[in-house]
Design a protein around this ligand. Structure first.
Ligand code: FDA
Length: 394
């Protein structure tokens, strides 16, 4: 038997749930399909289980895309305040951790349940554990899906299958394959918001400091972030590294200022003049965690008193501390990345409706598109904004 719907949304994640509810509230018969056995899995695991669901300071400048103007329209039409209003209407308590970053006070489950409730109220038919074997378009308009639940026909198909990160959570390249099938260009993808890995002596060094977090300033390409770095068994993580990973390309160096913008040379020379008999390592411990100060002394043979340091040595030490060049061997990849950079080329999608320009009735929303937000709630804001913009246009 073939079921008939106005709209099929593929992917019951952040963008798909939002879009399905918005379209169903407009009176459409909407079927939301997902191959996973549970909806909103990434929402549930996000923000350490408390979902950083938006960022009040989100602007188009917080997003990466080959076509940076594309995201402006949707972000303007559905703002962080709009989503917050929905959260408050559902009585969900939240906290602002960093400026603008809103998290659930209790659990990410609150956001997932809110979206499922909205879908239920709007009359969305949700089908989980449903695999899609094929999608075909008719010449006269409309689509037919062959699924594990049988055939489904619809006037429009919305692709909300997200990116490639965390395959164990159900991530697939289905959306990219579908785009290519219908002649929509897909830009190269890579893992982002992901920790760096190191090999050789740096892996051993960071592994020995595993668990230590230090505020630093870190640079790579045009990215520069003053946030903590976290040493891990395989390399470096923490907000500064996750953010930097969006700028990093294979083979490039990252640069770490362990003094986070302070003038190390000036501080060192001043200390040498004022407290010449002090040990260099003791001086270092006034600025860095003791374990890291001890490690630095070991790595760079920093023994002796400050008085024993020549100007050239002061300069060399300050360079190690304020501009340490490091070459990651790679990243942790899709296994732990929060997002995917690249994806469906937004030049081939309407920024108003999210319909593919050359394929009427086929829509792309959320992370499957080449729009990636920076760490801090921006990615969910994109999922909400693109989902609502598309749902209201259907
Ligand atoms: P999403 O991935 O949410 O949904 C895609 C859906 O499509 C899934 O349900 C999947 O099962 C389904 N699907 C895939 N292939 C399919 C197929 N072949 N057939 C049927 N269904 C298919 N962002 C943020 O702003 N704040 C945060 O706190 C975090 N935290 C965070 C933590 C971790 C660990 C990760 C991995 C990611 C985050 N993110 C985040 C990023 C955020 O989760 C992400 O950007 C959004 O979930 C993207 O929403 P989408 O709806 O586009 O994809």
């Amino acid at each position: 038997m073939t079921e008939a719907r106005d709209i099929i949304v593929i992917g019951a994640g952040a963008a798909g749930l939002m879009c399905a509810a918005a379209a169903a509230y407009r009176g459409h018969h909407v079927q939301l399909l997902d191959h996973a056995n549970k909806a909103a899995k990434k929402i549930l695991m996000s923000g350490g289980g408390r979902c950083n669901f938006t960022n009040l300071n989100s602007t188009p400048a917080d997003f990466f895309s080959d076509n940076p103007y594309f995201c402006i329209s949707a972000l303007k039409r559905y703002t962080p305040r709009d989503f917050l209003e929905l959260v408050e209407r559902h009585g969900i308590s939240y906290v602002e951790k960093e400026p603008g970053q809103l998290f659930c006070e209790e659990s990410s489950r609150d956001i997932a349940n809110m979206l499922l409730t909205e879908c239920e109220w709007a009359g969305v038919t949700l089908s989980l554990s449903t695999t899609i074997a094929s999608v075909t378009a008719w010449e006269q308009g409309g689509y037919r899906l062959e699924t594990s639940r049988g055939s489904i026909e619809a006037d429009a198909v919305v692709v909300a299958t997200g990116g490639l990160s965390i395959p164990t959570m159900g991530a697939t390249g289905f959306g990219y394959d579908l785009a290519r099938q219908f002649g929509v260009n897909v830009l190269p993808v890579r893992a982002a918001l992901v920790p760096f890995t190191f090999s050789g002596e740096w892996k051993t060094r960071f592994s020995g400091l595993s668990g230590l977090a230090v505020p630093v300033e870190a640079r790579c390409g045009d990215g520069c972030y003053r946030e903590p770095v976290l040493m891990t068994h395989r390399g470096l993580s923490g907000p500064s590294m996750l953010k930097l990973s969006t700028h990093w390309r294979e083979g490039e160096d990252i640069v770490i200022d362990w003094f986070a913008g302070q003038d190390v040379l000036e501080l060192l020379k001043q200390a040498r003049a004022e407290t010449p008999r002090r040990q260099l390592q003791t001086w270092l411990k006034a600025f860095l965690p003791h374990r890291l100060a001890a490690a630095f002394s070991d790595w760079y043979d920093m023994g002796g008193t400050l008085a024993a340091l020549s100007n050239a040595q002061c300069l060399q030490i300050s360079q190690h501390l304020s501009a340490m060049f490091l070459k990651p061997s790679g990243t942790e990849g899709w296994r732990t990345a929060e997002v995917t950079l690249g994806g469906v080329d937004t030049r081939e999608v309407s920024s108003k409706t999210f319909e593919a320009v050359n394929q009427p009735g086929l829509y792309f929303i959320g992370e499957v598109l080449d729009v990636t937000g920076q760490l801090g709630g921006h990615n969910f804001q994109w999922a909400w904004a693109s989902g609502v913009a598309c749902g209201r246009a259907l």
